[in-house]
Write a protein that binds this ligand. Sequence first.
Ligand SMILES: [Zn+2]
Length: 75
Amino acid sequence: MVDLRLRVGEKAMSEARAKAQHAAVIEVSRRDLPLSCPNAGTDPAALHPRVYIPLKKAGESAVCPYCGAEYQLKE
Ligand SMILES: [Zn+2]
């Protein structure tokens, strides 16, 4: 039983990692600054306390520490 629970936990963790890796980069423009997450485009299932995403220069990207969403600032 212990072994089974361990395997299930590892499977869930690897699925979470795979989901984060496959999440599309969310492109934002300067008019979206200051950017915070969650925002209108955030999956309702991934809602979390609001956090400021520090983006200043075009081409920069930052990852939300709560939900793993990756934001990139367009020109
Ligand atoms: Zn987030």
